[in-house]
Design a protein around this ligand. Sequence first.
Ligand SMILES: [Zn+2]
Length: 286
Amino acid sequence: MPLVNPLPILKKARQQKLAIAAFNIHNLETMQAVVEGAVEEMAPVIIQTTPGTLEHAGIPFISAMAKAAAEEYRIPIILHLDHCSSFAIAVKCIRYGYTSVMIDGSALPYQDNIKLVAEVVKVAQAAGIAVEGELGRIGGTEDDITVDEREAAMTVPGEALDFVQRTGIDTLAVAIGTAHGLYKGEPLLDFDRLAQIKELVDIPLVLHGASGVPDDSIIRSINRGICKVNIATELKIPLAEAIKNSFKVNPAEDDPRNYLGAGREEVKKVVKRKIRLTGASKLLKR
Ligand SMILES: [Zn+2]
């Protein structure tokens, strides 16, 4: 089937207190690991790329690979643009067949954030594409954006309602104490804040920086309205470790199929474990 809009699946996830996992990919092998892992788990899956990855790999290549994956397998596959702060890049991705885009205006003053997001919503909804917005600031480093601890700010529930109403977004990324990259200590999530946001806002919520968050905290988040769980760092590490290990075992290794293949297998293991954690397989059952 073609790439799909995630919204019907995310709405079902909200009703059933389940979530769909979204994985940041960087090349063919990581995309294969995500898709093959999802196929083996019989679950819908979100493949996502940051603008930095698109600069590295090129939008046409990423979108062609994702479309090929969607045609090849019988699970719903979504191609999502992660943390894009550019209207032009978001529109370009929509033109190339992305079925979901995140427009991240969280660095802007509140009114400017609303304006940018509403503009993307207008274009995306006309094309049948879902839009994710972010309110509050998620700490850490994602792609080329770094938000230090002092700048990170939690999502204010009342403001979230206003933001959703005025932008018309389909999903909302919330800042509740997670951060991008590696955690120094155990992350403390504000579950009460999350529950309050869910009470006020009736769209699916998104958890960023989920790498390194303990499983029970992920499950508690899903029970409180998180319908999309983003995983990036936890795939990068096994990929790098497997490649390093290939060269340790055989310093003369020069066949990319061997070291990238080894990386792909390790990434796939994490993908499958995360998909099981979200319960996404149940979303394909009637
Ligand atoms: Zn993020």
